[in-house]
Design a protein around this ligand. Structure first.
Ligand code: C2E
Ligand code: CA
Ligand code: CA
Length: 581
């Protein structure tokens, strides 16, 4: 709508618009929005203070010129034609305009232009523009955008921006059939650094790491941080596949150099997975997934390496997924059972107890044994539920044995494997006590086997849980002893009653003097701190003789018996004179 304004201008060039009340004039002059009035031919006849401030011109400089002096060159003819069309037809236009200040800098503004008709001036037409400076708004917007698309710690693009870019690269490459690669880079054992040295040092390491990573890449490549210790690189315009391997080796080498942070000299290695377009995926999501799969393969096969995606990795992942789904079902439906392997006292030759080992009936001949399903149960956290289930079944069976042998099996113990995952929460304590109680057993009749990693990690909460378990009467055995890197002084911090010499040493007793020395050392160490030693995986009489000779207390192994189903175990107990007198 044409706005009718009467205005008194103090300058000479001002048109003769009279009678605007002083107040209204003040308002226009001091409004926060910039206001500019031109004649129909474009000559500037008025500019308020805000406008002068935004544009950098003085009143006198602006007067008599046209708004063309403000043009930034950022808009095309089409833009101005559209503006004028609107003004002619509707008497108004609004939109965002980039203008140029007197000092040459350009700035964004929101502009609303209205046609004015002065009734006192024979209907002469003026245009009034109201402008709002958007510099700050734009700046904030940009900052918000930056924050939404970048990782605040390393300032690298985040997962979001990475995926955007990857999609763009896929589109571009698709047209040109150009090769490129996605690299998935994961730090090895980064959690240990965070856990042992704190998050500040962890953050410093990540910053330095990303700085090095950017250096290793070429300018055209996009380096992103898509997760805690997960980085990606899009390697564009790859001519030969060898180039990718060269970059990967360069990254590995550079990252392996020491980091000196906060007085600490740190070392870290990386696992790298690589997917190449278009062979290993034709979409952004597919490429990322396959690079991740290849990285995962590196982790599984010893870390500190790089690997290209292959179809067989894909098949492996699919069957793993299938296995995971079935395993979850089997645990829920309580289909997992235990087999039991006798533990023999080396002095008396009698059975002192048995170890419960998880078996998945459905898996036999299909998915493989515990060596395959236990790691999956651990990675997915299902192990906690599984261990509890095995514990329940094993305790119930043990009670049955005790009943059957009516007093003769009182000192007979059942051992259950407990994944360290169980020791992350105090719940396990209540659970175990409840299970043992419900079966009518005493915790003194139950041994828990945990691996040495619990000592290596030395997590305070795990120590507390083990201490409570021990106070409640459970005995604790360290499984696979000698394979980890536990500091021996830690052993005394834990309420341990048995060290189990790992099968790998027992296997080599006949051939390796080192294995014999280690077995001997473990036995004497155990006796030195007043606990027992047991050897697992004993398969032949020579091994048995050696172990007896060094004073090892107990043994387990195929030489005496494989793990047996419940009936087999019952038969064994009934047939011989296996129980202690
Ligand atoms: P582990 O606890 O060290 O168990 C000993 C493994 O060695 C068992 O394998 C056992 O069957 C096998 N073994 C025993 N004697 C001999 C021998 O003389 N020769 C050979 N070659 N092998 C022998 P299994 O049952 O396949 O279990 C493998 C691993 O899976 C176990 O190692 C344990 O770490 C884990 N596991 C098994 N059941 C459970 C469970 O219920 N919970 C948890 N958390 N882990 C379990
Ligand atoms: Ca064990
Ligand atoms: Ca073991």
């Amino acid at each position: 709508m044409p706005l009718e304004v009467n205005c008194t201008f103090e300058t000479e060039a001002a048109p003769d618009i009279k009678n605007l009340p002083d107040l209204a004039l003040k308002l226009v002059e001091n409004a926060a929005e910039g206001i500019l009035i031109t004649k129909k031919n474009g000559t500037i006849v008025y500019a308020n203070n805000a406008f002068l401030q935004i544009s950098g011109y003085s009143f006198d400089e602006a007067l008599g010129k046209t708004p063309r002096m403000l043009q930034s060159g950022k808009h095309d003819r089409e833009f101005y034609r559209d503006m004028w069309d609107n003004l002619h037809f509707h008497g108004a236009w609004q939109g965002e305009v980039w203008n140029r200040r007197k000092d040459g800098s350009i700035y964004p503004q929101r502009m609303a232009i209205t046609e004015l008709r002065d009734p006192g001036d024979e209907g002469e037409v003026y245009y009034a523009s109201m402008v709002h400076d958007l510099t700050e708004v734009k700046h904030n917007e940009e900052e918000l955008m930056h924050r939404a698309y970048h990782d605040p710690l390393t300032k690298l693009p985040n997962r979001h921006l990475f995926m955007d870019r990857l999609e763009q690269v896929v589109n571009r490459a698709g047209r040109k059939r150009a090769k490129f690669a996605v690299m998935f880079i994961d730090l090895d054992n980064f959690k240990n650094i965070n856990d042992s040295l704190g998050h500040d040092v962890g953050d410093m390491l990540l910053k330095e790491f990303s700085r090095r990573l950017v250096h290793c890449a070429r300018d055209v490549d996009t380096v992103s941080r898509i997760g805690g210790d997960e980085f990606t690189i899009i390697l564009e315009a790859v001519e030969k596949e060898e180039e990718i391997g060269i970059v990967a080796s360069r990254i590995q080498k550079r990252m392996a150099e020491p980091y000196s942070l906060n007085g600490n000299e740190l070392y870290i290695t990386v696992s790298i997975g690589i997917a190449i377009y278009p062979e290993n995926g034709e979409t952004a999501a597919g490429l990322l997934k396959n690079a991740d799969l290849a990285m995962y393969h590196v982790k599984e096969t010893g870390r500190n390496n790089f690997h290209y995606f292959t179809e067989s990795l894909n098949r492996k992942a699919t069957s793993r997924m299938e296995m995971e789904i079935r395993l979850r079902k089997a645990i829920r439906n309580r289909e997992m059972i235990a087999h039991y392997q006798p533990k023999i006292d080396l002095r008396t030759g009698r059975m002192t107890g048995m170890e419960a080992l998880a078996r998945w009936p459905e898996s036999i001949g299909k998915f493989g044994g515990p060596a395959e399903f236990i790691p999956i149960a651990e990675q997915t956290g299902m192990i906690v539920e599984m261990d509890t289930l095995i514990m329940e079944k094993a305790c119930r069976f043990t009670k049955e044995i005790k009943r059957m042998f009516n007093g003769r099996a009182d000192s007979f113990k059942v051992s259950v494997n407990l994944s360290t995952k169980n020791l992350d929460s105090l719940n396990i304590l209540k659970n175990l006590i409840a299970i043992v109680g419900d079966c009518g057993l005493d915790p003194r009749e139950v041994e828990l086997e945990v691996t040495e990693s619990i000592i290596v990690r030395n997590v305070e909460s795990a120590i507390n849980i083990l201490n409570s378990l021990s106070r409640h009467g459970f005995s604790i055995s360290i499984d696979d002893f000698g394979t980890g890197y536990s500091s021996l002084s830690y052993l005394t911090k834990f309420p341990i009653s048995v060290l189990k010499i790992d099968k790998s040493f027992v296997d080599n007793l006949g051939t390796e003097p080192n294995a014999r020395a280690i077995a001997k050392a473990i036995v004497s160490m155990a006796h030195g701190i007043n606990i027992k030693a047991i050897a697992e995986g004993v398969e032949n009489p020579e091994q048995l003789a050696f172990l007896r000779g060094i004073g090892c207390d107990q043994m387990q192994g195929y030489l005496f018996s494989k793990p047996l189903p419940e009936e087999g175990m019952m038969e064994l107990l009934q047939a011989g004179r296996m129980l202690p007198r």
